[in-house]
Design a protein around this ligand. Sequence first.
Ligand code: ZN
Length: 329
Amino acid sequence: MDFADIIGHEDIIKHFKSSIEQGKISQSYIINGEAGSGKKTLTRALVKTLQCEAGGTEPCNACKSCKQTMTGNQPDIIWVTHDKPNVISVEEVREQVNKDIGIKPYSSRYKIYVIDQAQLLNTQAQNALLKTIEEPPEYAILILLTDNIDKLLPTIVSRCIVLNVKPVRERDILDYLTNELGLDKTRADFCMDFAQGNLGKAIRLATSEEYNQIKEDVVDILKKMDTMSVDDIIYAIQNMNHHKLKISDYIDMMIMWYRDILMLKVTGNPGRLMFKEYYSEIRAQSSHISYEGIEKVTKAMDKAKVRLEANVNFDIAMELMLLTMKENR
Ligand SMILES: [Zn+2]
């Protein structure tokens, strides 16, 4: 995918293009944004463009470098890999970046290192990287992608150009889902609402074969809230192992459910509900729960997401959320 094909992210693309035009490409970037927000897509377009022999603001797709990039064989674009899923070690940084960076580009103008999931670099690895970021050879460019910039040392962040990935406009996501993926309006609306500006997330749900089952499972849990114990519900949530989806995705859907309840309570109009097919359940719930209750529940859900993100024990995070949900029925 080239810049021209990317949906949204106009600010970042404009920044890159004007830097290329003015010959002011920085030697170190941080691209910050949640998973699925488009960091890798933007990076792939950037590195291909930077290494293109034509030297324009879009890749020519005809030169040797462009062709190599498309097949993943461009020797001067290095995606740093790591063995363990939860950490990038100092050895990996030394082997793949520090020891390699002194060797001049094989065939291109630049030598570009991309470290995806840079939040996994441990302190030692970040310190090793810092030396390179402080004094890189003139042909070298380092790009760190992260979903949590707070995990990076301030000394690293201050030496990089930080680009924050912004949400994609709802209309653009909807266009993509209906025109490119051929989704019907109801499904496209639901996936768009679920994604909250994250196109990757929208696509993940939209293309899931289990789309209907996922919705059903989430509603099932919400319906059983009164009759099931907290422990049983936690067990049920833990076992909703649909492929490609995370626990926070289920919580996002539950938040959508409560937004539907709120919508129905405020407008009395079922036309704009996301869970249209469960209108009678939503109506029944909306007649019991107070506005204050809805607010408490959605806040508890947001908090649960933050706690899970911070690696708080899963059972504790869920228990607190579920208790609030049970109290506000
Ligand atoms: Zn080219």
